[in-house]
Design a binder for this molecule. Structure first.
Ligand SMILES: NC(=O)c1ccc[n+]([C@@H]2O[C@H](COP(=O)([O-])OP(=O)(O)OC[C@H]3O[C@@H](n4cnc5c(N)ncnc54)[C@H](OP(=O)(O)O)[C@@H]3O)[C@@H](O)[C@H]2O)c1
Length: 326
């Protein structure tokens, strides 16, 4: 089978598309014929050796997939060969066949295509956990999403709208903001000029925002802390900017706000039942049309470097998908 391989940490061009032996299913596992794998920012960090949890070398990048069950390991029940599944893998999805823990896979809805299903686990999983379990977002509250045209950002916009919040989408370009508008955002802020805080003040009439979802980090985080309302909640999602910001604790005191960490991967490992229930709700919202996952680009497996570059160079609009088999 063909697999995108990372044999040493580096840039997307340092990866290779190699022919390797097919994997064999083990106890508690499923063998999946992979059809599509969605990209996420952690893939970009992992190939550079910069992610918080690194697989041993060599490895295939790719934290989530959709495909068809091809073989079933001992001790696994509830699955048949031929079932269409999707789920998170952490890494290892950019390959034609993957062995995965059976518990990590979910059943694909009949009407959903592989590209769409391959992008549900990480972005919607993270954003729903952040807004539901961590922020306890309530209908009528204001929600500010930074990086709103990217993977987790656009999912947070859609979910915020579905949960009844008044969503302010913020991004660096009008093209990304148009995507957020289509996802239901009520207000759009282009922060390409570095004036996020001032613009939030205008759209909220000086009150600030109840919940802020920030996957960008860097200097943006300080603006988020200055934009939070009294008793607000700031969700620390990630640092796509590349810089881990310092927390101004004086603002935590002055706003009586909460700064809340979100580590979705660790939560799914600690509370698999809760994660499975969240994913059932996400799938139900997709089936009912409340969520409409947005795919910005689909690349064939041979173009893995271009696909990763799209995220690295801040060009991704919604999800970027690698089509493993046409
Ligand atoms: N906490 C968790 O459990 C969890 C789970 C998944 C992902 N994450 C994190 O969430 C962040 C976003 O992931 P994603 O998959 O949504 O990525 P993505 O699709 O590439 O979106 C990232 C967004 O960040 C903004 N950005 C600002 N500076 C950037 C830079 N130098 N390079 C790239 N993007 C930059 C961009 O929006 P603008 O151009 O509009 O600023 C971009 O749309 C990452 O830090 C990732 O590690 C966290």
């Amino acid at each position: 089978m063909r697999a995108v391989l990372c044999t040493h940490h580096g840039m997307p061009e340092d990866l290779s598309l190699s022919e390797i032996p097919d994997p064999v299913v083990g106890d508690g596992q499923l063998l999946i014929d992979v059809h599509a794998s969605s990209l996420n920012f952690p893939d970009v960090l992992m190939i550079q050796g910069k992610y918080q949890t690194q697989p041993p070398l060599p490895f295939s990048p790719g934290g989530e997939l959709a495909g068809v069950v091809a073989d079933i390991g001992a001790g696994v029940s509830g699955w048949n060969v031929g079932d269409r599944v999707f789920g998170g893998t952490g890494s290892g999805a950019f390959r034609e066949k993957a062995v995965v823990p059976a518990g990590a896979m979910r059943r694909m809805p009949d009407q959903m295509d592989f590209a769409t299903a391959s992008g549900l686990s990480t972005t919607y999983g993270t954003s729903y956990y952040a807004l539901k379990q961590r922020a306890d977002l309530k209908p009528g509250e204001t929600l500010l999403v930074t990086g709103a045209g990217g993977g987790v950002g656009i999912a947070a916009v859609e979910l915020g709208v579905a949960m009844g919040a008044w969503v302010i989408a913020a991004a660096s370009s009008d093209q990304k903001l148009e995507l957020a508008r289509a996802a239901g955002a009520a207000e759009l802020i282009n922060y390409g000029d570095g004036k996020l805080k001032d613009k939030v003040k205008v759209v909220t009439g000086g009150r600030g925002v109840d919940v802020i979802y920030d996957p960008v980090g860097g200097p943006m985080f300080d603006d988020c802390m200055r934009s939070i309302a009294w008793y607000g909640r700031v969700l620390v999602i990630g640092f796509a900017n590349g810089e881990i910001p310092k927390l101004p604790t004086n603002l935590v005191l002055l706003k009586s706000c909460q700064v809340i960490g979100v580590f979705y991967g660790a939560w799914t490992a600690r509370e698999p039942q809760g994660a499975a229930e969240n994913m059932r709700e996400i799938v139900a919202m997709c089936v009912s049309g409340k969520l409409r996952p947005s795919i910005g680009a689909i690349y064939p497996i041979t173009k893995y470097a271009e696909a990763l570059r799209c995220l690295m160079e801040r060009r991704a609009l919604g999800k970027v998908v690698l089509e493993i088999r046409p």
